[in-house]
Write a protein that binds this ligand. Structure first.
Ligand code: UN1
Length: 501
Protein backbone atom coordinates (compact mmCIF):
# COMPACT_ATOMS: atom_id res chain seq x y z
CA UNK A 1 0.00 0.00 0.00
CA UNK A 2 1.39 3.38 -0.99
CA UNK A 3 1.79 5.92 1.77
CA UNK A 4 -0.91 8.60 1.95
CA UNK A 5 0.13 12.21 2.40
CA UNK A 6 -1.82 15.28 3.50
CA UNK A 7 -1.79 19.06 3.29
CA UNK A 8 -0.57 21.03 6.30
CA UNK A 9 -3.02 23.84 7.01
CA UNK A 10 -3.18 25.82 10.24
CA UNK A 11 -0.89 23.33 11.99
CA UNK A 12 -3.00 20.28 11.07
CA UNK A 13 -2.33 17.59 8.48
CA UNK A 14 -5.52 17.13 6.46
CA UNK A 15 -6.93 15.71 3.23
CA UNK A 16 -8.09 17.98 0.43
CA UNK A 17 -11.64 19.19 1.00
CA UNK A 18 -12.80 17.47 -2.19
CA UNK A 19 -11.13 14.20 -1.18
CA UNK A 20 -9.40 14.07 -4.59
CA UNK A 21 -5.88 12.67 -4.82
CA UNK A 22 -3.02 12.13 -7.25
CA UNK A 23 -0.17 9.60 -7.50
CA UNK A 24 3.55 10.19 -7.21
CA UNK A 25 5.65 7.67 -9.19
CA UNK A 26 9.31 6.91 -9.84
CA UNK A 27 10.32 8.13 -13.33
CA UNK A 28 12.98 5.39 -13.59
CA UNK A 29 10.49 2.55 -12.85
CA UNK A 30 7.11 4.04 -13.56
CA UNK A 31 4.80 1.04 -13.20
CA UNK A 32 6.79 -0.68 -10.45
CA UNK A 33 7.21 2.08 -7.92
CA UNK A 34 4.24 4.03 -6.60
CA UNK A 35 5.76 6.39 -4.01
CA UNK A 36 2.68 7.96 -2.49
CA UNK A 37 -0.83 9.34 -2.83
CA UNK A 38 -1.19 13.10 -2.34
CA UNK A 39 -4.18 15.41 -1.93
CA UNK A 40 -5.31 17.10 -5.14
CA UNK A 41 -6.48 20.39 -3.67
CA UNK A 42 -8.58 23.24 -5.02
CA UNK A 43 -9.44 26.87 -4.22
CA UNK A 44 -11.28 25.86 -1.01
CA UNK A 45 -8.07 24.42 0.44
CA UNK A 46 -6.10 27.48 -0.69
CA UNK A 47 -8.64 29.80 0.94
CA UNK A 48 -8.34 27.94 4.23
CA UNK A 49 -4.53 28.01 4.08
CA UNK A 50 -4.40 31.72 3.22
CA UNK A 51 -6.79 32.55 6.07
CA UNK A 52 -4.60 30.56 8.47
CA UNK A 53 -1.46 32.30 7.20
CA UNK A 54 -3.09 35.71 7.49
CA UNK A 55 -4.08 35.06 11.08
CA UNK A 56 -0.67 33.60 11.95
CA UNK A 57 1.09 36.64 10.48
CA UNK A 58 -0.14 38.90 13.29
CA UNK A 59 1.71 36.74 15.83
CA UNK A 60 4.68 35.63 13.73
CA UNK A 61 5.68 39.19 12.81
CA UNK A 62 6.14 39.87 16.54
CA UNK A 63 8.49 36.93 17.16
CA UNK A 64 11.97 38.49 17.32
CA UNK A 65 13.94 37.86 14.14
CA UNK A 66 16.85 36.13 15.99
CA UNK A 67 14.29 33.68 17.42
CA UNK A 68 12.89 33.08 13.95
CA UNK A 69 16.50 32.45 12.92
CA UNK A 70 16.90 29.93 15.77
CA UNK A 71 14.07 27.92 14.21
CA UNK A 72 15.93 27.88 10.88
CA UNK A 73 19.05 26.66 12.70
CA UNK A 74 17.08 23.67 14.00
CA UNK A 75 15.67 23.15 10.49
CA UNK A 76 19.25 22.99 9.12
CA UNK A 77 20.21 20.48 11.83
CA UNK A 78 17.23 18.24 11.12
CA UNK A 79 17.90 18.36 7.37
CA UNK A 80 21.52 17.42 8.00
CA UNK A 81 20.48 14.42 10.11
CA UNK A 82 18.09 13.26 7.40
CA UNK A 83 20.21 14.21 4.39
CA UNK A 84 20.76 10.67 3.05
CA UNK A 85 17.11 9.71 3.40
CA UNK A 86 15.92 12.96 1.79
CA UNK A 87 18.33 12.51 -1.12
CA UNK A 88 17.34 8.87 -1.69
CA UNK A 89 13.64 9.73 -1.76
CA UNK A 90 14.27 12.73 -4.00
CA UNK A 91 16.08 10.55 -6.54
CA UNK A 92 13.15 8.15 -6.33
CA UNK A 93 10.59 10.82 -7.12
CA UNK A 94 12.41 12.92 -9.72
CA UNK A 95 15.20 10.80 -11.13
CA UNK A 96 18.46 12.76 -10.87
CA UNK A 97 21.36 10.72 -9.48
CA UNK A 98 22.04 10.40 -5.76
CA UNK A 99 25.16 12.61 -5.77
CA UNK A 100 23.03 15.39 -7.21
CA UNK A 101 20.10 14.96 -4.83
CA UNK A 102 22.60 15.08 -1.97
CA UNK A 103 23.87 18.34 -3.44
CA UNK A 104 20.31 19.65 -3.73
CA UNK A 105 19.67 18.81 -0.07
CA UNK A 106 22.97 20.39 0.98
CA UNK A 107 21.98 23.58 -0.83
CA UNK A 108 18.85 23.63 1.34
CA UNK A 109 20.93 23.07 4.48
CA UNK A 110 23.29 25.92 3.52
CA UNK A 111 20.29 28.16 2.90
CA UNK A 112 18.88 27.26 6.34
CA UNK A 113 22.09 28.21 8.16
CA UNK A 114 22.46 31.41 6.16
CA UNK A 115 18.86 32.36 6.99
CA UNK A 116 19.42 31.44 10.65
CA UNK A 117 22.31 33.87 10.89
CA UNK A 118 20.42 36.57 8.97
CA UNK A 119 17.93 36.59 11.85
CA UNK A 120 20.65 38.41 13.78
CA UNK A 121 21.29 40.93 10.99
CA UNK A 122 18.38 42.05 8.78
CA UNK A 123 20.24 45.33 8.88
CA UNK A 124 18.51 48.62 8.34
CA UNK A 125 20.20 51.93 7.55
CA UNK A 126 20.25 55.22 9.35
CA UNK A 127 21.03 58.61 7.87
CA UNK A 128 21.61 62.12 9.19
CA UNK A 129 18.56 64.36 9.41
CA UNK A 130 18.23 67.73 7.72
CA UNK A 131 17.08 69.13 11.06
CA UNK A 132 18.72 69.38 14.48
CA UNK A 133 17.65 67.02 17.25
CA UNK A 134 16.09 64.48 14.97
CA UNK A 135 16.91 60.82 14.23
CA UNK A 136 16.34 59.24 10.83
CA UNK A 137 16.19 55.45 10.85
CA UNK A 138 14.93 52.75 8.54
CA UNK A 139 13.87 49.20 9.27
CA UNK A 140 13.00 46.11 7.31
CA UNK A 141 9.46 45.00 8.09
CA UNK A 142 7.67 41.83 7.01
CA UNK A 143 5.16 41.98 4.17
CA UNK A 144 2.47 39.44 5.05
CA UNK A 145 1.33 36.21 3.39
CA UNK A 146 3.58 34.75 0.70
CA UNK A 147 2.49 32.31 -2.01
CA UNK A 148 5.29 29.99 -3.17
CA UNK A 149 5.10 27.97 -6.39
CA UNK A 150 8.12 25.77 -7.04
CA UNK A 151 9.42 23.41 -9.76
CA UNK A 152 10.40 19.74 -9.69
CA UNK A 153 14.05 19.99 -10.77
CA UNK A 154 15.39 21.21 -7.41
CA UNK A 155 12.67 19.89 -5.11
CA UNK A 156 14.50 20.88 -1.93
CA UNK A 157 16.90 23.73 -2.77
CA UNK A 158 14.47 25.98 -4.61
CA UNK A 159 11.68 25.89 -1.99
CA UNK A 160 14.25 26.63 0.71
CA UNK A 161 15.59 29.62 -1.28
CA UNK A 162 12.13 31.11 -1.00
CA UNK A 163 10.60 29.87 2.25
CA UNK A 164 13.58 30.35 4.57
CA UNK A 165 14.31 34.03 3.90
CA UNK A 166 10.56 34.73 3.79
CA UNK A 167 10.14 33.18 7.24
CA UNK A 168 13.14 34.91 8.80
CA UNK A 169 11.81 38.22 7.54
CA UNK A 170 8.56 37.50 9.41
CA UNK A 171 6.21 36.50 6.59
CA UNK A 172 3.89 33.51 6.65
CA UNK A 173 3.76 30.96 3.86
CA UNK A 174 1.39 29.04 1.61
CA UNK A 175 3.48 26.62 -0.41
CA UNK A 176 2.44 24.75 -3.55
CA UNK A 177 5.20 22.40 -4.70
CA UNK A 178 5.38 20.81 -8.15
CA UNK A 179 2.99 17.88 -8.47
CA UNK A 180 5.92 15.71 -9.62
CA UNK A 181 7.94 16.15 -6.40
CA UNK A 182 5.46 16.44 -3.54
CA UNK A 183 7.28 14.08 -1.19
CA UNK A 184 10.45 16.14 -0.80
CA UNK A 185 8.24 19.18 -0.21
CA UNK A 186 6.18 17.33 2.39
CA UNK A 187 9.37 16.34 4.24
CA UNK A 188 10.61 19.93 4.16
CA UNK A 189 7.38 21.29 5.62
CA UNK A 190 7.25 18.56 8.24
CA UNK A 191 10.79 19.53 9.31
CA UNK A 192 9.99 23.26 9.45
CA UNK A 193 6.80 22.66 11.41
CA UNK A 194 8.50 20.35 13.91
CA UNK A 195 11.35 22.85 14.40
CA UNK A 196 8.74 25.57 15.09
CA UNK A 197 7.06 23.38 17.68
CA UNK A 198 10.39 22.56 19.32
CA UNK A 199 11.72 26.12 19.50
CA UNK A 200 8.46 27.94 20.27
CA UNK A 201 7.01 25.31 22.64
CA UNK A 202 3.74 26.53 24.13
CA UNK A 203 4.00 29.66 21.97
CA UNK A 204 3.80 27.61 18.75
CA UNK A 205 1.83 29.50 16.10
CA UNK A 206 -0.26 27.33 13.75
CA UNK A 207 -0.46 28.50 10.14
CA UNK A 208 2.99 30.06 9.76
CA UNK A 209 3.81 27.45 7.11
CA UNK A 210 1.11 25.70 5.09
CA UNK A 211 1.46 23.27 2.20
CA UNK A 212 -1.30 22.77 -0.35
CA UNK A 213 -0.62 20.03 -2.90
CA UNK A 214 -2.18 19.93 -6.34
CA UNK A 215 -2.18 21.26 -9.85
CA UNK A 216 -0.71 24.61 -10.87
CA UNK A 217 -3.77 25.57 -12.86
CA UNK A 218 -6.02 25.03 -9.84
CA UNK A 219 -4.01 25.57 -6.65
CA UNK A 220 -1.47 27.97 -8.16
CA UNK A 221 -4.18 29.96 -9.90
CA UNK A 222 -6.15 30.31 -6.64
CA UNK A 223 -3.01 31.56 -4.89
CA UNK A 224 -1.98 34.18 -7.44
CA UNK A 225 -5.47 35.68 -7.57
CA UNK A 226 -6.18 35.59 -3.81
CA UNK A 227 -6.59 39.12 -2.39
CA UNK A 228 -4.96 38.18 0.92
CA UNK A 229 -1.76 36.86 -0.65
CA UNK A 230 0.71 39.75 -0.56
CA UNK A 231 3.59 38.32 -2.53
CA UNK A 232 4.26 35.50 -4.99
CA UNK A 233 7.55 33.78 -5.64
CA UNK A 234 7.66 31.46 -8.64
CA UNK A 235 10.32 29.42 -10.42
CA UNK A 236 9.36 27.78 -13.71
CA UNK A 237 8.76 28.47 -17.37
CA UNK A 238 8.73 31.93 -18.93
CA UNK A 239 5.19 31.42 -20.26
CA UNK A 240 3.75 30.56 -16.85
CA UNK A 241 5.79 33.36 -15.28
CA UNK A 242 4.24 35.91 -17.63
CA UNK A 243 0.77 34.74 -16.72
CA UNK A 244 1.56 34.94 -13.00
CA UNK A 245 2.94 38.42 -13.44
CA UNK A 246 -0.23 39.54 -15.19
CA UNK A 247 -2.63 38.14 -12.62
CA UNK A 248 -0.65 38.81 -9.43
CA UNK A 249 0.75 42.11 -10.69
CA UNK A 250 -2.80 43.18 -11.52
CA UNK A 251 -3.56 43.36 -7.81
CA UNK A 252 -0.12 44.90 -7.05
CA UNK A 253 1.30 41.87 -5.35
CA UNK A 254 5.05 41.77 -5.15
CA UNK A 255 6.19 39.09 -7.63
CA UNK A 256 9.56 37.33 -7.97
CA UNK A 257 10.03 35.24 -11.10
CA UNK A 258 12.89 32.88 -11.92
CA UNK A 259 12.25 31.66 -15.45
CA UNK A 260 13.96 30.04 -18.42
CA UNK A 261 17.53 29.89 -19.62
CA UNK A 262 19.47 29.02 -22.77
CA UNK A 263 22.88 28.97 -21.22
CA UNK A 264 26.09 28.68 -23.21
CA UNK A 265 29.64 27.64 -22.52
CA UNK A 266 32.34 29.17 -24.74
CA UNK A 267 35.60 27.27 -25.20
CA UNK A 268 38.41 29.42 -26.61
CA UNK A 269 41.41 28.04 -28.50
CA UNK A 270 43.71 28.66 -25.51
CA UNK A 271 41.47 26.87 -22.97
CA UNK A 272 42.31 23.84 -20.87
CA UNK A 273 40.33 21.40 -22.97
CA UNK A 274 40.11 18.61 -20.41
CA UNK A 275 38.62 21.00 -17.87
CA UNK A 276 36.20 22.40 -20.43
CA UNK A 277 35.17 18.89 -21.42
CA UNK A 278 34.34 17.83 -17.87
CA UNK A 279 32.40 21.04 -17.40
CA UNK A 280 30.22 20.65 -20.46
CA UNK A 281 29.43 17.01 -19.71
CA UNK A 282 28.31 17.97 -16.22
CA UNK A 283 26.58 21.17 -17.34
CA UNK A 284 24.69 19.63 -20.25
CA UNK A 285 23.78 16.19 -18.93
CA UNK A 286 23.75 16.60 -15.13
CA UNK A 287 20.14 16.52 -13.86
CA UNK A 288 19.44 15.07 -17.35
CA UNK A 289 19.71 18.65 -18.63
CA UNK A 290 16.68 19.65 -16.59
CA UNK A 291 18.13 22.73 -14.90
CA UNK A 292 17.43 26.33 -15.73
CA UNK A 293 21.21 26.73 -15.52
CA UNK A 294 21.95 23.73 -17.80
CA UNK A 295 24.49 24.14 -20.58
CA UNK A 296 22.31 23.80 -23.66
CA UNK A 297 24.72 25.50 -26.07
CA UNK A 298 28.42 24.91 -26.53
CA UNK A 299 30.27 27.59 -28.51
CA UNK A 300 33.62 26.29 -29.77
CA UNK A 301 36.42 28.40 -31.21
CA UNK A 302 37.01 27.27 -34.82
CA UNK A 303 40.63 26.22 -34.13
CA UNK A 304 39.66 23.57 -31.59
CA UNK A 305 36.13 22.80 -32.81
CA UNK A 306 36.69 19.45 -34.52
CA UNK A 307 39.08 18.03 -31.93
CA UNK A 308 36.92 19.08 -28.97
CA UNK A 309 33.70 17.83 -30.56
CA UNK A 310 35.23 14.41 -31.25
CA UNK A 311 36.32 14.07 -27.60
CA UNK A 312 32.92 15.24 -26.40
CA UNK A 313 31.03 12.70 -28.50
CA UNK A 314 33.26 9.94 -27.24
CA UNK A 315 32.75 10.90 -23.59
CA UNK A 316 29.01 11.42 -24.03
CA UNK A 317 28.54 7.98 -25.53
CA UNK A 318 30.17 6.50 -22.43
CA UNK A 319 27.71 8.08 -19.97
CA UNK A 320 25.80 5.41 -18.06
CA UNK A 321 22.04 5.80 -17.81
CA UNK A 322 19.96 4.25 -15.05
CA UNK A 323 18.08 4.56 -11.79
CA UNK A 324 19.95 7.27 -9.89
CA UNK A 325 19.91 5.42 -6.56
CA UNK A 326 22.03 2.63 -8.04
CA UNK A 327 25.83 2.74 -8.24
CA UNK A 328 27.70 3.79 -11.34
CA UNK A 329 24.89 5.77 -12.91
CA UNK A 330 25.75 9.13 -14.48
CA UNK A 331 22.41 10.22 -15.92
CA UNK A 332 18.87 9.53 -14.71
CA UNK A 333 15.62 9.60 -16.66
CA UNK A 334 13.59 12.59 -17.81
CA UNK A 335 11.17 13.45 -15.06
CA UNK A 336 7.99 12.37 -16.86
CA UNK A 337 6.64 10.85 -20.04
CA UNK A 338 5.48 14.23 -21.30
CA UNK A 339 8.85 15.85 -20.54
CA UNK A 340 10.57 13.13 -22.54
CA UNK A 341 8.10 13.60 -25.39
CA UNK A 342 8.80 17.31 -25.44
CA UNK A 343 12.57 16.65 -25.54
CA UNK A 344 12.03 14.29 -28.46
CA UNK A 345 9.92 16.90 -30.26
CA UNK A 346 12.87 19.28 -30.05
CA UNK A 347 15.21 16.63 -31.40
CA UNK A 348 12.87 16.22 -34.39
CA UNK A 349 12.87 20.01 -34.86
CA UNK A 350 16.70 19.96 -34.77
CA UNK A 351 16.83 17.23 -37.40
CA UNK A 352 13.97 18.19 -39.72
CA UNK A 353 13.37 21.92 -39.37
CA UNK A 354 16.75 23.31 -38.30
CA UNK A 355 18.65 20.65 -40.27
CA UNK A 356 21.45 20.50 -37.72
CA UNK A 357 23.67 17.39 -37.67
CA UNK A 358 22.81 14.83 -35.01
CA UNK A 359 26.12 13.41 -33.77
CA UNK A 360 25.08 11.60 -30.59
CA UNK A 361 21.90 10.18 -29.03
CA UNK A 362 18.68 11.53 -30.46
CA UNK A 363 16.30 8.87 -29.28
CA UNK A 364 14.58 7.21 -26.31
CA UNK A 365 16.85 4.83 -24.37
CA UNK A 366 15.03 1.52 -23.98
CA UNK A 367 17.65 -1.19 -23.50
CA UNK A 368 16.97 -3.59 -20.60
CA UNK A 369 15.67 -1.91 -17.45
CA UNK A 370 15.75 1.50 -19.12
CA UNK A 371 12.48 0.54 -20.82
CA UNK A 372 10.80 0.89 -17.41
CA UNK A 373 11.41 4.63 -17.20
CA UNK A 374 11.47 7.86 -19.18
CA UNK A 375 15.08 7.62 -20.34
CA UNK A 376 16.48 9.65 -23.24
CA UNK A 377 19.93 9.28 -24.75
CA UNK A 378 22.27 12.22 -24.12
CA UNK A 379 22.06 14.07 -27.41
CA UNK A 380 24.42 16.37 -29.31
CA UNK A 381 23.73 18.41 -32.42
CA UNK A 382 26.65 19.85 -34.39
CA UNK A 383 26.60 22.47 -37.18
CA UNK A 384 24.06 24.47 -35.19
CA UNK A 385 23.72 28.06 -36.39
CA UNK A 386 22.63 31.06 -34.34
CA UNK A 387 18.89 31.58 -34.69
CA UNK A 388 17.93 27.91 -35.14
CA UNK A 389 15.08 26.87 -32.85
CA UNK A 390 17.20 24.35 -30.92
CA UNK A 391 19.67 27.19 -30.38
CA UNK A 392 17.03 29.66 -29.15
CA UNK A 393 14.37 27.75 -27.21
CA UNK A 394 14.71 26.16 -23.78
CA UNK A 395 14.54 22.35 -24.16
CA UNK A 396 14.96 21.29 -20.51
CA UNK A 397 16.45 17.92 -21.36
CA UNK A 398 19.73 16.21 -22.31
CA UNK A 399 20.23 18.00 -25.62
CA UNK A 400 23.31 20.07 -26.43
CA UNK A 401 23.72 22.32 -29.48
CA UNK A 402 27.27 22.91 -30.68
CA UNK A 403 28.04 26.14 -32.55
CA UNK A 404 31.34 27.15 -34.14
CA UNK A 405 32.63 30.70 -33.55
CA UNK A 406 35.26 32.72 -35.41
CA UNK A 407 36.80 34.54 -32.47
CA UNK A 408 36.11 35.84 -28.97
CA UNK A 409 33.73 38.66 -30.03
CA UNK A 410 31.77 36.31 -32.26
CA UNK A 411 31.47 33.85 -29.35
CA UNK A 412 30.15 36.52 -26.98
CA UNK A 413 27.64 37.73 -29.59
CA UNK A 414 26.34 34.21 -30.11
CA UNK A 415 26.16 33.67 -26.34
CA UNK A 416 24.16 36.89 -25.91
CA UNK A 417 21.86 36.20 -28.86
CA UNK A 418 18.85 34.70 -27.08
CA UNK A 419 15.94 36.16 -25.15
CA UNK A 420 17.26 34.61 -21.92
CA UNK A 421 20.16 35.59 -19.66
CA UNK A 422 20.65 33.28 -16.68
CA UNK A 423 24.01 31.50 -16.61
CA UNK A 424 27.09 31.58 -18.84
CA UNK A 425 30.59 30.22 -18.96
CA UNK A 426 33.88 30.98 -20.70
CA UNK A 427 36.93 28.74 -20.78
CA UNK A 428 40.11 30.68 -21.54
CA UNK A 429 43.56 31.27 -20.09
CA UNK A 430 43.60 34.83 -21.39
CA UNK A 431 42.90 37.15 -18.47
CA UNK A 432 41.89 40.01 -20.77
CA UNK A 433 39.27 37.90 -22.54
CA UNK A 434 38.01 36.65 -19.18
CA UNK A 435 37.54 40.21 -17.93
CA UNK A 436 35.84 41.29 -21.18
CA UNK A 437 33.51 38.32 -20.85
CA UNK A 438 32.54 39.38 -17.33
CA UNK A 439 31.81 42.88 -18.63
CA UNK A 440 30.02 42.02 -21.88
CA UNK A 441 28.01 38.88 -21.19
CA UNK A 442 24.35 39.68 -20.58
CA UNK A 443 23.52 37.16 -17.87
CA UNK A 444 22.90 37.11 -14.14
CA UNK A 445 25.68 34.56 -13.59
CA UNK A 446 29.06 34.17 -15.35
CA UNK A 447 31.58 31.41 -14.66
CA UNK A 448 35.20 31.68 -15.76
CA UNK A 449 36.69 28.22 -16.28
CA UNK A 450 33.69 26.56 -14.63
CA UNK A 451 30.45 24.90 -15.82
CA UNK A 452 27.23 26.93 -16.12
CA UNK A 453 25.82 25.10 -13.10
CA UNK A 454 26.72 25.03 -9.43
CA UNK A 455 25.53 28.34 -7.99
CA UNK A 456 26.21 28.73 -4.26
CA UNK A 457 23.43 29.47 -1.78
CA UNK A 458 24.96 32.68 -0.41
CA UNK A 459 25.38 34.40 -3.79
CA UNK A 460 22.71 36.28 -5.79
CA UNK A 461 20.89 33.91 -8.16
CA UNK A 462 18.82 35.03 -11.12
CA UNK A 463 18.98 36.34 -14.62
CA UNK A 464 18.41 39.21 -16.99
CA UNK A 465 16.08 39.65 -19.99
CA UNK A 466 13.26 37.08 -20.06
CA UNK A 467 14.85 34.93 -17.37
CA UNK A 468 13.07 36.91 -14.71
CA UNK A 469 11.71 40.21 -13.52
CA UNK A 470 14.82 41.61 -11.90
CA UNK A 471 14.77 40.00 -8.46
CA UNK A 472 17.46 37.71 -7.13
CA UNK A 473 17.27 34.68 -4.90
CA UNK A 474 20.05 33.53 -2.60
CA UNK A 475 22.54 35.43 -0.50
CA UNK A 476 21.84 38.83 0.99
CA UNK A 477 19.89 40.05 -2.03
CA UNK A 478 16.79 37.91 -1.47
CA UNK A 479 16.08 39.70 1.82
CA UNK A 480 15.13 42.78 -0.16
CA UNK A 481 12.34 40.87 -1.81
CA UNK A 482 10.87 39.50 1.43
CA UNK A 483 10.81 42.76 3.39
CA UNK A 484 9.46 46.28 3.04
CA UNK A 485 11.37 49.36 4.14
CA UNK A 486 9.89 51.54 6.83
CA UNK A 487 11.40 55.02 7.32
CA UNK A 488 11.16 56.38 10.86
CA UNK A 489 11.77 59.96 12.05
CA UNK A 490 12.19 60.63 15.77
CA UNK A 491 12.08 64.29 16.69
CA UNK A 492 13.54 65.15 20.10
CA UNK A 493 13.72 68.95 19.58
CA UNK A 494 10.37 69.63 21.23
CA UNK A 495 9.69 72.16 18.48
CA UNK A 496 7.38 72.25 15.52
CA UNK A 497 9.15 73.17 12.29
CA UNK A 498 5.93 73.41 10.27
CA UNK A 499 7.61 72.96 6.95
CA UNK A 500 10.44 75.53 7.01
CA UNK A 501 14.07 74.48 7.12
C1 UN1 B 1 17.69 25.68 -11.34
O1 UN1 B 1 18.08 24.96 -12.25
O2 UN1 B 1 16.52 26.08 -11.33
O3 UN1 B 1 23.38 26.51 -10.12
C2 UN1 B 1 18.50 26.04 -10.17
C3 UN1 B 1 22.79 25.45 -10.14
C4 UN1 B 1 21.97 25.04 -8.93
C5 UN1 B 1 20.64 25.67 -8.96
C6 UN1 B 1 19.90 25.51 -10.24
N1 UN1 B 1 22.69 25.38 -7.73
O4 UN1 B 1 22.81 24.72 -11.10
Amino acid sequence: MAEKFKNLINGEWKDSKSGNTFENRNPAKWNEDLIGIFPSSNADDVNEAVAAAKKAFEKWRLVPAPKRGDILKVVGDKMTERKDEIAFEMTREMGKVLAETKGDTQEGIDTAYYAASEGRRLFGHNAPSELPDKLNLSFRVPIGVGGFITPWNFPMAIPTWKLFPALVCGNTCVFKPAEITPKTAATLVEIVDSAMREVLGKDYIPGVINIVHGKGRIVGEAMISHPDVDLISFTGSTDVGKRINEVAGGSLKRVSLELGGKNAQIVMNDADQELALEAVLWGAFGTTGQRCTATSRLILHKDIHDEFLAKLIDRTNKLRLGYGNENKVDVGPCVSESQRASVNDYVLIGKNEDKATLVSGGDFATEGDLAKGWFYKPTIFADVKPGMRIEQEEIFGPVLSVIKCEDFEDGINILNGTKYGLSSSVFTKNVNDACRAIRDIKAGITYINGATIGAEAHMPFGGVKQTGNGHREGGWTVYDFYSEWKAVYIDYSGQSFSGHR
